[in-house]
Design a protein around this ligand. Sequence first.
Ligand SMILES: [Zn+2]
Length: 552
Amino acid sequence: MTHPDVDQLDNTTKRKFFSWQMSEIKFTWLISLIFICFYNATFFNAVFKAAPIHDLKSAFFLLSISLLFFVLNTLLVSIIVFPKIVKPILAIIFIAAACVAYFMNAYGIVIHQTMIQNTMETDVKEATGLFNGTLALYIFVLGIIPSLLLLKIKINFGNFKHQAFSKAKLWGLCILAILILIAPFSADYASFFRNNKTIRQMANPANFIYATISYASASNKSVVIKPLGEDAKLNEKAAQLTKPTLFIVVVGETARADHFSINGYSKPTTPLIAQQDIINYRQVFSCGTETAVSVPCMFSNLTRAHYSDKKAKSQESLLDVLKHSGYSILWRDNNSSCKGTCDRVAYEDLRDFKIPELCNERECFDNILLNDIDKKVAAMNGNKVVVLHQKGSHGPDYYNRYPANLEIFKPVCKVNKLQDCSSEEINNAFDNSIHMTDLFLNNAIEWLKTQSSNYNTALIYLSDHGESLGEKNLYLHGMPYIIAPVEQKHVPFFFWFSPGFEQESGINRECLKAQAETEYSHDNLFHTTLGLLNVSTSLYKPELDMVGQCRH
Ligand SMILES: [Zn+2]
């Protein structure tokens, strides 16, 4: 379909490209180009260092990053290119970006949310203390001059219909360009951004705009945590138990169901738990593809379909419900944190322990989670729930997750740029980390057995998400759920019940084992745990309790 108004306008703007009159699309490209060329020395310096040219492919990758950065900047600029508002907003951005460029170039600092907060809260004395001739020069050359030149430019916006058409055309073109630029290098991009997390914070002006918006929205809201399941109490079945309950939930990290030999994997990755009397489920799927989503989601009563970060952060979690019913709770962490799910229960960060047989100079292996557990559990009261949050198979440096003497599968990939390793080496390193998890889970079960005279004991193990190991040219995890491959979502899950727990809970093991191939998800953890722990609350949904039907 032809569009006479637009064609005519495009022709006139083509003729006048070098004049001070231009279409809004050309103006957008031009501003984006100016930002790329004059405000991003630190960004490109870091990119060149992180992705050096050593062959033709790496040269093209570098070109791809540069073009992608240009296209993303163009998208950002296009958001403010509207009549009346564009020039004043751009003038403010030019001046702020000039200051940011100065501080990055001179001090090598990146601007993040806390720094914006510091800037907002600074006083005149502090601000003048930072001011000098070079900063003034930056502000003049990169802030004032481009702002004045803006006054000379006439942007042809056209009527509303034409503006909408131009924007749609520009965005469509940018999205297409992004896909074309990323597609041949998807694996390189995944590892580049995973290994160089700070580089995006050097993007000027995108990063300080993002930091400012984050600061503004964070300071605008004070999160009020809504109580959850305050009606929770132990049911009459609990009153009949002869011993208190000791229940462990192991939250795995990055463990892929199909790499567990108990799920049919060809390599013997899980020989020890295979010997335990576990009830294993082979078709369990995660709520998210990254820890920050999966962990709060699995401990919330929100199903994946209804989950949002905001909702989960503004209400209590499963652990609070259990606490309301009278359980003592302890969260032990060898990962980054519990992502807010354990904020109101006892928490131990075990990452920085220095116990020679359990840790190296870098980090602790997951058996640290069982260190001194006797004492810790003994200090808790009544019925007890302990959550053990593993470092598991967190990548890309899988080879760091287990001690050297547990390198069973060889040869292994020993660099964190996975593309430099063969598929066999990557899989071996990952499988050694699963083998380490097998050892840890077995230790946890064996320890629970030692507690069986004092408690009815049980353990649930599930992983937060899976991992791509090069299939479909993808690595690591964190893909948007809707397009994430199954490798990132299919997770291991099993129960282990002591004979006392099983008997007193009236669990029919054969009935549960018959469900090994039934499809379950993180949605089931909340209700299954309430069921197993004899907690009654109006939140409980029997249809999501995996054990409910097999209990009499
Ligand atoms: Zn994770």
